[in-house]
Structures are given as structure tokens and as C-alpha cells.
Design a protein around this ligand. Structure first.
Ligand code: BES
Ligand code: MN
Ligand code: ZN
Length: 496
């Protein structure tokens, strides 16, 4: 979908669709007044019927408004005048995006008269509009057969109409939104792919394909033999039970002029999590194909970053493995040695994410990172705590945590910090090794982060547990593309 910014004038030729914002006082914007004059007062009259209240997100479609050249005029509710904040704008943007997506409209115009956020700038507005339309239009059709009729979406371009003095900021926002949408789409496509297609090898191939597509990226893949040499016994204890070989995938982006310290992103890439010998219950186990959403979001973020050509260096490390029970699988009670040298007693093979992540984090040390953020569908406890709206965040650096909270609020891809207090660390004590891989039934998200914190002492680190936010269950089952928005916001600030 193409987004552009145009001047705030009504076109002379026919228009398939024009969106006009309207507050609940029904006072027309300047373009609204022009259209009202063309239609001899019909627009104002229709608005005063009780069909439309002006509530944020409510839409009224007027067909063939007499005297105008509009096939469809969409009146989009904006709520109370003076209270158009980020939350209301998102409600309105999502509403108009889903209303228009199924209509036979090729080009949609949106008049931004009166559409000004009281708490955000126009760059944010254009980014979010672009994101909302791309999210609404997203479909995962790769696995549908020939017999399935899929009606392709007609909407191909959206024009934002605004006064000239807003054009620069809006154009910048459209650019960010387009890059963000490429990243989110890549993330969703990888995440939604079934486990029999999306194996560790597939993720590695996709990462290589990305590096082929973009000059700015290079991809290196470590196989199990190389990981053995590096001493990644924790990672290998997970992939051991599977016939699919594990892969450590490293994607490098160099955008900074001088050699500055890179920011490192680490993604959990369990392409299917059966739990291993500590086998999961059957219900909803299919959703464990989403246990690589962290990896997918990190890969998608790299695509967005290279699209924007951000002047900064980034390294993405994806720990990709399948967690399966088998005659070769790791058993509860087994002890393994991680790359860091710490020995781990594996008391539950379903706590596998932290095992692949700890070696990826140790590997990250070699880049002398400015910051490290890992993204993982790590604990069911994060789902129980936060549901789907915010991601859990834990960090060993208060400034980094504050920055990420801020970026979450800016992007509306929000995080909420949980304590990483020392008092929790003893829950990981083991009678037989340096550390156990589970901390018992309580404070599951915190003890998982405590485990990771043992491997992140050498850098500023934040952990994002996206178990609740990465995908939707139920009728609209599918990946959300989170937290690409958050990560892109963070990296854009680092590049500024
Ligand atoms: N991938 C799961 C976490 C998960 C579960 C995410 C459900 C989303 C929905 C992770 O590998 C896991 O199994 N974690 C265990 C850890 C426990 C054994 C300490 C959990 O959360 O139950
Ligand atoms: Mn698990
Ligand atoms: Zn898992």
C-alpha cells in the first residue's frame, strides 16, 4: 500500500473515497465546509441526523453526495473536540482502515483538517495511520490452497491531504510507517508460518535471503558443530531432542560512519515448543509454533532499520531450535555447561527458551554492545500477569528501562517493568549445578529473567517477555508483529 501526502484541495475529477474527520459537535472542517457548499448544505444536514454521534471511530458512509464528485464520503468520528489524543486517534485510524479495506476502492483520500493529535506530532500521526492501514490489510494466505478463493484487497494507495505547513512532518511519518510496516509484515509472515515449514533452517535461510535483498545486511549462521566448539552446551541441550538441527543466526547491520558500539538484539527462535520430555498438555499446543515470535520480531526490525537506512550499527542474534521429546532429548535432572562456563541443572525441559538465550547472550559479549535487548515468548506467567496489552520488561539498567518505557508509550507498543531484585535470585539455587533452569511455581516471569541476568553482567541489558503480546488467540488467531514498533522507536532514537 502506497502512502503519500498531498495538498489540502479537493480534486476536480471523481474520487472513490474521501475521509472527513468530525467531532461530536458536528462543526465542519474547512474541507467539510467546501463539500457542504457543493452539496447545497446536504452534508451538514445528514450529520445532524441521529445516525451519527461523532464518537471516536464511528463511521458514516455517504454515497454519491449530490453536487460533489465523491463516490463515497466517509465521516469519521473523532470524539470530543480538544480531546483528540493518541488513544482516540488509534481507535479512529483502526476503524477507518477496517471499514475501507473490504470496499472496491483503489485510492483513498484522508483529509487531515482538524485531525491533529493533542498529545503527539504529525510525524507520529502519519506513522500510525500508515501502520493502521497496513495492519488492517495484512493477510496470511501462504498456506491456503488453490481452491480457496481469496479476494485480494483493492486499496492500493492512501493520500493524506493537509495544509502545506504540515507536509514535511507528515512525509517523514509516512516514511517511518512504510519501513515499520515492512518490518511488521516480515515478522508476521515468519511468525504465522507453521512449524513444519518454519524450522531453524528455514529461519536461517530467510535471514540469508534478507541479506541478499539488502546490501546493508550480512548474515552468518552457526551450525551445531560450530556451536559445540564455542561451548554452547545450554543451547545444544534444547536442539538435541529434535531431528531439526539448531542454528544460531547472526544478522549484522552497519549504518554508522565510524566504528561505534553496536546495539544487539537477541531473539528466542523456538520454532516449535512441545516442552520436550517435560511435555506440554495438548490444549492449544499448536500455538507453540509462535514460540519463535521473538526471533521473527528481531529479523523484522532489521528489515525496518535497513529500509530507513538508520545511521547506527546493530547486531541481531537469533537462537533457533526445535524443542522435542525423543530418545536423544535432554531429561530433567541433566546438567549441561553453558558457553559462559556456568553449569545448569535442567529441572524442566519446558523452560528451554532461557537455555537457548543464555548462550546467545554470552555470544553477544564479543560485540562489546552499547545495549542488549532480548525478545522472547518466555513464560506463561507473563500472559497471566499482563494479558495481551503490554509486554513484560526486566532490566539490569534503570536508564535503559526508562528509555524503553518511553519508547513503548511513544509507539503504543507498551512495556511494563517488573522487578529484577536480588531477593529472587536464590530461587534458582541448585543442589547439583551452579544454577537451576527453573525457579519454582511463583514469580515465573521474574525468575526467568533472573536466570538470564546471570549471563548479562557485562553489558546494559533489557529483557522483553512477549508471551502475551506476540500473537492473538481465538477467532483472530495470528501474530501481531510486536514489538517491532517499540524496537524501531528505540533504534531511531539511538540513531538520532
Ligand atoms: N514458550 C513457553 C512460554 C509460553 C507459554 C508462552 C504459553 C506463551 C504461552 C516457554 O518455553 C515455557 O514453556 N515456559 C514455562 C516455564 C516453566 C516450565 C518454568 C512456562 O511458562 O510454563
Ligand atoms: Mn517451553
Ligand atoms: Zn518456549
Amino acid at each position: 500500500m502506497q502512502f503519500s501526502v498531498k495538498s489540502n484541495t479537493l480534486p476536480k475529477s471523481r474520487v472513490q473515497g474521501l475521509v472527513l474527520g468530525c467531532f461530536d459537535d458536528f462543526k465542519l472542517s474547512s474541507m467539510g465546509r467546501d463539500i457542504d457548499a457543493q452539496s447545497a448544505g446536504r452534508l451538514a444536514k445528514l450529520l445532524k441526523r441521529d445516525d451519527f454521534s461523532g464518537k471516536a471511530g464511528q463511521t458514516l458512509i455517504l454515497h454519491d453526495l449530490e453536487g460533489t464528485n465523491l463516490d463515497r464520503c466517509f465521516i469519521l468520528g473523532l470524539g470530543k473536540r480538544g480531546e483528540l489524543d493518541a488513544d482516540r486517534l488509534i481507535i479512529a485510524a483502526n476503524a477507518i482502515a477496517s471499514t475501507t479495506k473490504s470496499l472496491p476502492i483503489k485510492k483513498l483520500m484522508i483529509s487531515l483538517d482538524d485531525v491533529i493529535a493533542c498529545d503527539r506530532d504529525d510525524t507520529w500521526l502519519a506513522t500510525k495511520l500508515t501502520e493502521a492501514f497496513n495492519d488492517a490489510a495484512y493477510q496470511y494466505l501462504a498456506m491456503k490452497g488453490k481452491q480457496t478463493k481469496s479476494t485480494p484487497l483493492t486499496l492500493a494507495s492512501v493520500e493524506l491531504l493537509a495544509e502545506a505547513d504540515r507536509s514535511k512532518a507528515l512525509k517523514k511519518g509516512v516514511k517511518v510507517g512504510a519501513a515499520l510496516s515492512i518490518g511488521k509484515t516480515a515478522t508476521k509472515d515468519l511468525s504465522n508460518a507453521p512449524g513444519n515449514l518454519c524450522t531453524p533452517t528455514y529461519l536461517a535461510d530467510q535471514a540469508k535471503a534478507l541479506a541478499k535483498q539488502y546490501d546493508g545486511l550480512t548474515t552468518t549462521v552457526l551450525d551445531e558443530k560450530q556451536m559445540q566448539k564455542l561451548g554452547m552446551g545450554a543451547f545444544l541441550s534444547v536442539s538435541k531432542g529434535s531431528d531439526e538441527p539448531g542454528k544460531m543466526i547472526i544478522i549484522q547491520y552497519r549504518g554508522a560512519a565510524a566504528s561505534v558500539k553496536p546495539h544487539v538484539l537477541v531473539g528466542k527462535g523456538i520454532t516449535f515448543d512441545t516442552g520436550g520430555i517435560s511435555l506440554k498438555a495438548g490444549a492449544a499446543m499448536d500455538e507453540m509454533k509462535f514460540d519463535m515470535c521473538g526471533a521473527a520480531s528481531v529479523i523484522g526490525t532489521m528489515a525496518a532499520v535497513v529500509e530507513m537506512a538508520l545511521p547506527i550499527d546493530i547486531v541481531a542474534i537469533v537462537a533457533a531450535a526445535e524443542n522435542m521429546p525423543s530418545g536423544k532429548a535432554t531429561k530433567p535432572g541433566d546438567v549441561v555447561t553453558s558457553m559462559s562456563g556456568l553449569t545448569i541443572e535442567i529441572l524442566n525441559t519446558d523452560a528451554e527458551g532461557r537455555l537457548v538465550l543464555c548462550d546467545a547472550l554470552t555470544y553477544g559479549e564479543r560485540y562489546k554492545p552499547a545495549s542488549v535487548i532480548d525478545v522472547a515468548t518466555l513464560t506463561g506467567a507473563a500472559v497471566a500477569t499482563f494479558g495481551s496489552h503490554v509486554s513484560a520488561m526486566l532490566s539490569n539498567d534503570d536508564a535503559l528501562a526508562a528509555e524503553l518505557s518511553d519508547c513503548g508509550n511513544a509507539s503504543l507498543d507498551q512495556v511494563w517493568q517488573l522487578p529484577l531484585h536480588d531477593e529472587y535470585q536464590h530461587l534458582l539455587d541448585s543442589n547439583f549445578a551452579d544454577i537451576a533452569n527453573i525457579g519454582g511455581p511463583r514469580a515465573g516471569t521474574i525468575t526467568a529473567a533472573c536466570f538470564l541476568s546471570r549471563f548479562t553482567k557485562k553489558f546494559k541489558w533489557a529483557h522483553l517477555d512477549i508471551a502475551g503480546s506476540a500473537w492473538n488467540s481465538g477467532a483472530a488467531k495470528g501474530a501481531t508483529g510486536r514489538p517491532v514498533s517499540l524496537l524501531l522507536e528505540y533504534l531511531r532514537r539511538k540513531a538520532a
